[in-house]
Design a binder for this molecule. Structure first.
Ligand SMILES: [Zn+2]
Length: 271
């Protein structure tokens, strides 16, 4: 059996465990592999699907829950959207988030978070590979015309199977910009076929270490993790004024964890 190198750190990967999806979304036995170095876990089966199979799977999965207020596979989703809106609003008002260029939600799905942010008076653009036919979404061409001061990316990384796509997302962020990221991260991924996160369209599973490697590869300088909204903000630049606002106004009691460098929230909480 041929092996794939790790998407994040390029180290060798090894077979880890399998899960039988019993024909859910036409999936059967799925093989998960693990990076020997950073612990990143991925579905080798999904990674090796043809583009046609992959797009069909995504299309079917997306259509099974969009335009509903309740997503069975993630019941806290709607509540979290409002918390995410409020924390972005707060950081915007405190001028911690840069805003000289447009803001974008990359992979926004049906765009609910953007709608909520826009209603709150924040101007955010929508982009989704599968939704470009809608008139209020950016097309691939228009997307590339500028960089973005803030790129929001929620529940997207687990759907990505190509390193190129991760790098394209990062490349859209301005040189003084920030990334607002919602992705499930664990210290270690257990080889448990019953883990709730092994859903039909989820293919990449990030450890704390793999996220730290990405943070460093992409040259981010500071980060905030906001526990209630599960949003992680990565900053390419941060000046002393911003840093003192954060230290004085955003407390751990309110769920804000800040670090000049990589905010290793999961590591901190596991100690
Ligand atoms: Zn790795």
């Amino acid at each position: 059996m041929n092996t794939l190198s790790c998407l994040i750190c390029k180290a060798e990967t090894k077979f880890y465990f399998s899960k039988d999806f019993q024909h859910s979304f036409e999936l059967n036995l799925i093989d998960y592999h693990k990076c020997e170095n950073c612990g990143f876990v991925f579905s080798k089966t999904h990674y090796e699907m043809s583009d046609t199979e992959w797009e069909k799977l995504n299309f079917n999965c997306h259509n099974s829950y969009q335009n509903q207020t309740y997503n069975l596979s993630d019941p806290r989703w709607y509540e979290r959207l409002y918390l995410q809106c409020e924390v972005i609003y707060k950081l915007a008002k405190l001028e911690i988030l840069p805003n000289s260029l447009p803001w974008l939600d990359w992979g926004c799905g049906d765009g609910k978070l953007v709608d909520i942010l826009n209603n709150r008076g924040l101007n955010v653009q929508k982009y989704d590979l599968y939704m470009q036919h809608n008139s209020d979404y950016l097309t691939n061409e228009v997307l590339q015309e500028t960089k973005y001061s803030l790129l929001i990316n929620t529940s997207v990384f687990e759907h990505i199977r190509e390193r190129h796509t991760l790098d394209v997302i990062n490349s859209l962020i301005a040189k003084d910009g920030a990334l607002a990221l919602h992705v499930l991260v664990k210290e270690d991924i257990s080889p448990d076929p019953d883990w709730f996160y092994l859903q039909p369209p989820h293919v990449s599973f990030f450890t704390n270490q793999s996220m730290q490697i990405l943070f460093e590869q992409w040259n981010y300088k500071a980060s905030i993790y906001h526990v209630p909204s599960r949003l992680w903000f990565w900053f390419r630049e941060m000046d002393k004024v911003q840093m003192s606002v954060i230290k004085n106004l955003l407390t751990e009691a309110d769920g804000f964890y800040f670090k000049e460098g990589f905010m290793n929230y999961w590591g901190v909480m596991n100690k």
